[in-house]
Every structure is written in structure tokens, then in C-alpha cells.
Design a binder for this molecule. Structure first.
Ligand code: KG4
Ligand code: ZN
Length: 375
């Protein structure tokens, strides 16, 4: 069974085609047209620009995906593809609209079922894109603890079974990826900041640290806004060689220009990264101590951070060796459409069992985007 998936929630136009064989997902094409260069000029994603790029890129991206899948043309795509999955939220409304509208047009013209997928669910299912993990072996995986670390979300989730979520912790302010991006801006690196901060952090051996936000709070919530401000203050004191009190002084308009050496930037990047990782791990450990889990899922753009992956592997190896770790390959951690294939299939299979597939056949008419769709 072939599944076509489309993702346009932010600044990547992504299309994938997956095949379900023997309960496993096999991705036969996976195309991501990134807009990073365009948005980098503005220091972040500009929603209307993103939408315009999706409009320009969607058809060519689908065309490449069909070719990559080995389809001889649209006729073969039409014959083979049984269902369509599309990200319907959360994300930037103008960007989501493009992907959803395109998917609706295809669903109407082809008369094929259209399944709306939550972007966060996509990130959670990225490990299943890995062919070795069977979708029907749920007893080996659940209950699972999942940690989503992206540009828009930081969440701890309990998964009792496939498609069953309970959010047990989330950020009270900035998402961890957002904090990476803001820290990058403070220390003068480009957009997106995450990969650049982590690259630079590797060049430092400094033992500079920041205090870990919400370290002693009993809740499973996160906070990264104070940490970002701590980096800002440290950058200011490093720049001026003065205390913060002296930098801010009594002047109504203190000079807040930051100018750092490469070493200072690297030291700040490393200290921030280490603290952010510790903050994520402290709450993960807390959740693992509260309840028995069989596996741990890591998803979202920040999941490609090498230091985070290494640190979590060490933590689980030492303290929770019985828990199966489900990381996706770095190729599928950021926004992509391959990650939508597993849950598109699972949702379709569930509807088949419940004899409710009709609702997906009507979606070309009624499906709307939900920029704030909660998991
Ligand atoms: O999941 P994603 O691609 O988009 C959202 O759903 O938000 O995540 C993007 C976020 C950005 O904030 C980016 O800076 C961050 O993931 N990111 C990283 C790394 N690669 C991407 N953060 C830290 N280290 C990385 N290597
Ligand atoms: Zn994402």
C-alpha cells in the first residue's frame, strides 16, 4: 500500500511516498525543499514569504517525489497511491493552507482519502520511518515516554499506545529550539541558530555554566526564556568587561551592543547547550521515575543535536538500560514528510477497523487547517 504525504507547516516544502509492507514503513521517496536561505536574510521565518515559496515549490516537489519513487508518470502515481496524509497543524497558517489546499485538490481529483496529521504526531513517529521497527509490535514499545524538542514545542508525552497521547510537561515560555535560535542571534550567528550553536559549542572546553531552569520544581514543565536572558547578560558583561550593574548603569539608554571574540562565542554556546540539555534530562529522569516505560522517543528538529543524543544515550545506558531508545535518523528529525507516513497509515487502519473510512473521503470538501492544533 502506497501513501503520499505532504508537509508545509513552516519553512520546508516536503513530500514523501511510503509503502507499508509486512507492518513496516518503507520510504520510497522523500523530498524536502528548504527555504532556509530565503528566511536567513530576515533572521527568522516570514510567514507570507514561506507561503509564497510553498506555492512555487509544491508541484515541482511532488513531481520529483513521483520520479524518485520510480513512477512512470501521474497515471502510475494515481494507481498506486491509496491514501494521502497532510499536516493540518500546528504551524504557520499561511504555510499550512498551501499544503492542505493542494492535498484537498489531489484528494478531490483522485477521489482518494485525505487524512489530516498533527505535525507533532509526525515528529513522534519519525523513528518508525526506520525500516527495522514494526508498527504492529506495540507491546514492545508502549507505554512510551516521548520528548518533543522543536522550534515551536518542548513537551514530555506519555504514549499508552499508538496514537494515544497525554501531555505531562511542556514549556512555560520559549521552546528549546527557539532558545537555540535566540542565543544564536545574541552571539551573532545566523538563522537557524540551533545547528550553528551546536557546531560552535564543540570548539569550546570551557566549564562556564548557567543555572538550570526549574531544576528543583516538582513539575515536569520546562522554561528556557530565563536561560536565554542569562546568556544575553553574560554576553554583555563579556563584551564590556564590566559587571551587569555597571553595564546597565544609570543611563536611560545603556549601550547594549555585543561584540565577542570567537572563543567567547564558543564558550557561551557550549554553556548554553550544556544547560539546555541538563534541563531536558532532569525532567526526563523525573518522568521516568514516576512511571514505568518500555521505550523513550525523541523527536523534533533539536533531536539532531549531537550533544543531546550522546548525553541521552549515556544517561539511559547508565540509569535506564532496560528502556528501548527510539531516535530517528538525523535526516528525519527536522521537518519532513516521511515522518507523516506511519501515523497516516495507523489512522487509516483504525478507521478501517471502525468502518469509518468515509470521513476521510469527504475531507476534500471540509478539511480546515488548525494553526494551534493540540496533540
Ligand atoms: O522540528 P523543526 O524542524 O521545526 C519545528 O517544528 O519547529 O525544529 C526546528 C528547530 C529550530 O529551532 C532549529 O534551530 C533547531 O530545531 N535545531 C537544532 C539543531 N538542528 C535544528 N537545535 C540544536 N541543535 C541542532 N543540531
Ligand atoms: Zn517540526
Amino acid at each position: 500500500m502506497h501513501i503520499l504525504t505532504i508537509e508545509t507547516s513552516c519553512d520546508e516544502t516536503a513530500v514523501a511516498i511510503g509503502e507499508i509492507k509486512g507492518g513496516k514503513v518503507k520510504i520510497i521517496s522523500h523530498v524536502v525543499a528548504s527555504q532556509i536561505k530565503l528566511h536567513a536574510k530576515w533572521g527568522g521565518v516570514v510567514p507570507d514569504l514561506a507561503a509564497r515559496e510553498h506555492l512555487k515549490n509544491l508541484v515541482p516537489t511532488i513531481d520529483v517525489a513521483f520520479k524518485q519513487a520510480g513512477f512512470s508518470g501521474q497515471q502510475e502515481a494515481f494507481k498506486k497511491i491509496k491514501i494521502i496524509g497532510v499536516t493540518a497543524g500546528p504551524g504557520l497558517a499561511p504555510a499550512l493552507l498551501l499544503g492542505v489546499n493542494f492535498a484537498k485538490a489531489l484528494s478531490y481529483a483522485w477521489q482518494k482519502p485525505l487524512i489530516p496529521i498533527n505535525h507533532l504526531e509526525g515528529h513522534l513517529y519519525a523513528p518508525w520511518v526506520d525500516e527495522s521497527l514494526k508498527l504492529n509490535f506495540s507491546s514492545q514499545v508502549f507505554p512510551a515516554l516521548a520528548l518533543i524538542v522543536s522550534g515551536g514545542h518542548t513537551m514530555l508525552i506519555e504514549m499508552a499506545d499508538h496514537l494515544k497521547y497525554k501531555i505531562i510537561g511542556s514549556t512555560l515560555d520559549d521552546a528549546v529550539g527557539e532558545a537555540f535560535d535566540k542565543v544564536a542571534r545574541i552571539i551573532g550567528l545566523g538563522y537557524p541558530g540551533g545547528p550553528q550553536v551546536s557546531r560552535l559549542a564543540k570548539e569550546s572546553q570551557s566549564d562556564l555554566t548557567f543555572s538550570v531552569p526549574l531544576k528543583n520544581s516538582p513539575s515536569l514543565d520546562f522554561s528556557f526564556s530565563g536561560l536565554k536572558t542569562a546568556v544575553l547578560y553574560k554576553a554583555l558583561t563579556m563584551t564590556k568587561g564590566k559587571s551587569l550593574k555597571e553595564v546597565l548603569g544609570r543611563s536611560p539608554k545603556p549601550d547594549l551592543k555585543i561584540s565577542l571574540s570567537k572563543k567567547q562565542k564558543a564558550d557561551l554556546a557550549r554553556a548554553f547547550e550544556r544547560t539546555a540539555i541538563e534541563a531536558l534530562e532532569i525532567k526526563t529522569i523525573k518522568a521516568l521515575k514516576n512511571k514505568k516505560f518500555k521505550s523513550f522517543i525523541l523527536g523534533g528538529g533539536v533531536a539532531s543535536n549531537e550533544a543531546l543524543r550522546k548525553s541521552l544515550l549515556k544517561l539511559f545506558g547508565e540509569k535506564f538500560p532496560q528502556i528501548k531508545i527510539l531516535f530517528s535518523s538525523p535526516e528525519h528529525t527536522g521537518d519532513n514528510a516521511a515522518m507523516l507516513v506511519p501515523s497516516t497509515y495507523l489512522r487509516w487502519r483504525r478507521a478501517e477497523k471502525e468502518k469509518k473510512t468515509d470521513k476521510y473521503l469527504k475531507n476534500w470538501e471540509s478539511l480546515e487547517v488548525d494553526p494551534n492544533w493540540e496533540l
